[in-house]
Design a binder for this molecule. Sequence first.
Ligand SMILES: Nc1ncnc2c1ncn2[C@@H]1O[C@H](COP(=O)(O)OP(=O)(O)OP(=O)(O)O)[C@@H](O)[C@H]1O
Length: 252
Amino acid sequence: MKTATLLSLRSATKRFGGLVAVNNLSFDVYPGEVVGLLGPNGSGKTTAMNLISGALPLNGGEILFKGQALHRLKSHQIARLGIARTFQLVKVLGSMSCTDNVIAGMAFKPRPLFGKAAAQRAQELLQRVGLADWAQTAAGDLTYINQKRLELARALALEPQILLLDEWLAGLNPTELQQGIALIQQLQASGLTILMVEHVMDAVHALCSRCVVMNAGSKIADGLTAQVLKQPEVVRAYLGGDEEETAEAAHA
Ligand SMILES: Nc1ncnc2c1ncn2[C@@H]1O[C@H](COP(=O)(O)OP(=O)(O)OP(=O)(O)O)[C@@H](O)[C@H]1O
C-alpha cells in the first residue's frame, strides 16, 4: 500500500491576465521525501510555491495538505498547519537580532512560545543552522549565506511538516554550497519533507530523490531524479536544448 500523500496539487492553475503561469499542475509529495521542482526561468515554479503557501490564490484546481484543501485559507493559517517557506529573495528583519528574527517566526506556530522558552528554542534553531555565535547580531549585518541560514532557522521555528525552499542555495560560493547541501541533508535525515525549487544541479543530485519538471506553466516530467534529467523533453526545455550539458548534469 502506498503511503498517504502529505501535499497534493490537483490541476492547480494560476493566471495573470492572459498568461497561464501554472497550468493544470498535478503532483504529490510523500512524507520524508525531498522533491525538486525544476524548470527554466519563468516556467512557473515560484508561482506554484506561492499557491502552496497561500501567497497567491488559485484560479482553478486544488491543493491538499494531509487531505485538507488549502484554497480557502490565508497564508498564516497555512503556515500554522505546518507549511513553512523561504523566499527567492532573502527576507530577514534587518534591524532585529537573529534571535528576534527566529522568535518572530514562532508567532505562527500552532503552540506559540514566549519569553525564556522562546529564546531558548531560538538558540537551538540558530545552532542547528550554524548561527549560534550570531544570536545578538542584527540580521542586516550578516553575510548573504548567514542571512539564508537565518531565514531557514525562522522557517524551522514554525516546526513545519513540509519546508518549501525557493532557490535557497542560489548565489553561494562552492564552499558555502557544500555547507548548504550538508545542512539540508541534516534536515532530510531528521525526517523533514522538503519541496525545493533549485537550479544548482549538484544540489539537485545530492538532495532530491525525485523531481517534478515544469515548462511554460505545465508539468513535463515527474520521477526519479537521474531518470527525469535524461528525458529528451526535459533536456530540450530545461537546459535550452543542450543535450550534452544535460547528459553531463544527469551523470554528475
Ligand atoms: N505577480 C505576477 N504578475 C504577472 N505575471 C507574473 C507574476 N508573477 C509571475 N509572473 C509571470 O508568471 C510566469 C512564471 O513566473 P515564475 O516566477 O513562477 O517562474 P519561475 O519558474 O519561478 O522562474 P525563475 O526560475 O526565473 O524564478 C512568468 O512569465 C512571470 O513573468
